[in-house]
Design a protein around this ligand. Structure first.
Ligand code: GAR
Length: 195
């Protein structure tokens, strides 16, 4: 059985879907949910589901990213995860941290990568007049939002869409894509999935 740790910064809706998916004959189980924000809604949701949680508040570290990441790693490694899933984790990670989990760290990003790395993806897709938008699950490598793509899901951009309506449509697909990709990844399948 693979052990999965999940990092969140916000409400954690993707985390909830991941945790809920890991039951029965699934090859993995969620063992830990962590956050850089002690108030993150996702932590309470994880605790409600009986998952161990932790927070390492990034603010007291005042820009000392290596020290923040060392504290984060200590908590993560205590759970001995085989796979680390970023699910709305909004801190940039340094190459040192990424190296520690290389080949076993996944991220979900709300765009059809390689388009729109970084923030404000829905606004940028609308500004560009794109007909299609979506989300991507990829392996995390040292370059931001750039690792090998494990899966993508597309949604149409509808007339009259705002960033919020488009984000909601994409999020629905994130909730399908991430559990599906994680299951395949936990089974050792790194081939690309398109929904
Ligand atoms: C999701 O849309 C996820 O793709 C995005 O944050 C949201 C988290 O929602 N992640 C990023 O933008 C990463 N750069 P959630 O907390 O409800 O899962």
């Amino acid at each position: 059985m693979k052990r999965v740790a999940i990092l969140v910064s916000g409400g954690g809706s993707n985390m909830v879907r991941l945790v809920e998916s890991m039951t029965g004959d699934h090859p993995a189980r969620a063992v830990m949910v962590g956050s850089n924000d002690p108030q993150a809604g996702g932590l309470a949701k994880a605790a409600d589901m009986g998952i161990e949680t932790f927070a390492v508040d990034h603010r007291p570290f005042r820009g000392d990213r290596p020290a923040f990441e060392a504290a984060l790693r200590e908590r993560i490694d205590a759970a001995r995860p085989d796979i680390l899933c970023l699910a709305g984790f909004m801190r940039i990670l340094t190459a040192g941290f990424i190296q520690a989990y290389e080949g076993r760290m996944l991220n979900i990003h709300p765009s059809l990568l390689p388009k729109y790395k970084g923030l404000h993806t829905h606004e940028r897709a609308l500004e560009a007049g794109d007909a299609w938008h979506g989300c991507t699950v990829h392996e995390v490598t040292a370059e931001l939002d750039d690792g090998p793509i494990l899966g993508q899901a597309r949604v149409p951009v509808e007339p009259g869409d705002t960033p919020d309506t488009l984000a909601a449509r994409v999020l629905t697909m994130e909730h399908r894509l991430y559990p599906a990709v994680l299951r395949r990844f936990a089974d050792g399948d790194r081939s690309r999935l398109d929904l």
